[in-house]
Design a protein around this ligand. Structure first.
Ligand SMILES: [Zn+2]
Length: 231
């Protein structure tokens, strides 16, 4: 995993609470000819949208471990698990740098790259290079709506793919994806604002499809530990 760039996922567990820190080191580039985008503004909007989507709090079933002393020579002390509900707080921060050419990215930074609305890109708002990948392409024609707050989905969605999240309505039988579909299948109405619905889903709305559920935070932690993130 990288020291300066890319995602870092930190988990600290205490007696009554758990802290999850998601940190992203990113470079932002406008690769269009006209370079019309205010990249500082975009970086700040990205940070705000990501915080709104990913900084959630919830209770999780966990254990605290305690030692019971037997007080007898022949019986060992016993460690017992005490079930507790711990409050999980997720925080997210982004350190970004503006670069004028994609060659200037360094230290395994992730890249947010604004590209022209042509060719294959014409059909997409944005695109992550792969699951757990480090590049997000953003269609130049969609930038305005993102900055104006009409599109709160595209960036948290694509960066969700860089965290290894798949579409929650993806109909494939892989156990990997099932893990992420489960919360949605169980409570589709409650989770109807999830940020990871696919573009064709009837639940997908640019303005309001923004939320992450606790199960997706669990998936992110597992992905980070198993090396799926920062590829
Ligand atoms: Zn997607």
């Amino acid at each position: 995993m990288s020291k300066n760039g890319g995602w870092t996922v930190d988990l600290k567990e205490y007696a009554h609470n758990i802290r999850v820190d998601l940190r992203l080191g990113l470079s932002i580039c406008d690769s269009t000819k006209e370079k019309r985008t205010n990249l500082i503004k975009l970086g700040n909007v990205l940070t705000g949208q990501m915080k709104r989507s990913y900084q959630i709090s919830y209770y999780k079933d966990a254990y605290n471990y305690d030692t019971v002393r037997s007080g007898l020579d022949f019986y060992r002390n016993k460690s017992i698990a005490i079930p507790v509900k711990k409050l999980v707080n997720v925080s997210l921060s982004i350190v970004y740098r503006i670069i004028s050419n994609v060659n200037q990215r360094m230290n395994n930074e992730h890249l947010l790259n604004i590209v022209p609305d042509v060719g294959e890109m014409h059909q997409y708002y944005g695109m992550a290079n792969k699951l757990g990948g480090s590049d997000v392409l953003l269609n130049e024609s969609k930038v305005d709506n993102i900055i104006k707050g009409f599109d709160n989905n595209t960036l948290p969605h694509e960066f969700g793919h860089t965290l290894g999240l798949v579409h929650v309505d993806l109909n494939i039988a892989s156990s990997y994806a099932k893990n992420q579909q489960f919360p949605i299948m169980r409570q589709r109405t409650k989770d109807s604002t999830n940020v990871m619905f696919g573009g064709k889903s009837r639940y997908m709305h640019n303005t309001t499809s923004t939320t992450i559920v606790p199960e997706q935070i669990d998936v992110i932690i597992i992905n980070y530990r198993s090396g799926i993130i920062n590829q």
